[in-house]
Design a protein around this ligand. Structure first.
Ligand SMILES: [Zn+2]
Length: 187
């Protein structure tokens, strides 16, 4: 967490945070109907407490890290190529990223893109475009491109990411969130 904060503070410029979600039921993340608490006929959602079948969630969480490495590599290549065509000798990359365990039982990925210079902004748009095009084929869901239109100071993105990793309890003590506990239990 401190590393992410320091990286983003060092960067100092404008940035934006986007989120790559896990796919839906059509990609095998089937809802565990046994734990649904809503009436029949209501569409399942993590927002109303529905959970993905534990075995399916576990498999996705296990494989998504390597799928992500591959997706990120190809999306970077595409964005590098696109800005090269605009005449920039520039290779982009993420400022930071962090997995967060969603309520429905699968992780999604928050990532931060630099948006300070023109070439960085062009690169960020191309990178997200590539994720949106290739993501579903590589086992992922959706990326909302809207944050690209409202960049903010990088440190704000850091604060946002930190919220997922740790939170202050009402009694003033500090506790780690489910996300951290789960990754700590990894073999
Ligand atoms: Zn449900």
């Amino acid at each position: 967490m401190r590393k992410i904060r320091e990286n983003l503070r060092t960067y100092g410029g404008l940035a934006c945070m986007c989120t790559l979600t896990a796919p839906g039921q059509e990609a095998g993340l089937i809802w565990d109907r046994n734990v649904c608490t809503h009436p029949e006929g209501v569409t399942c959602s993590g927002m109303i407490g529905c959970k993905v079948l534990p075995k399916a969630a576990e498999l996705w969480n296990e494989h998504s890290k390597s799928w992500w490495r591959e997706l990120n590599r190809v999306a970077k290549q595409r964005a590098d190529r696109a800005v090269r065509q605009l005449g920039h000798d520039y290779r982009g990359g993420l400022l930071a990223y962090e997995w967060e365990l969603q309520k429905r039982g699968v992780s999604h990925l928050h990532f931060v893109l630099g948006m300070e210079s023109g070439v960085e902004r062009a690169w960020a748009f191309e990178y997200v475009k590539a994720l949106r095009e290739l993501g579903p084929r590589k086992g992922f869901g959706y990326v909302d491109a809207k944050p690209l239109r409202s960049p903010q100071v990088a440190e704000k993105a850091a604060a946002y990411i930190s919220k997922y990793l740790a939170k202050w309890s009402a009694d003033g003590s500090f506790e780690v969130t489910e996300t951290v506990q789960v990754s700590r239990n990894d073999p």
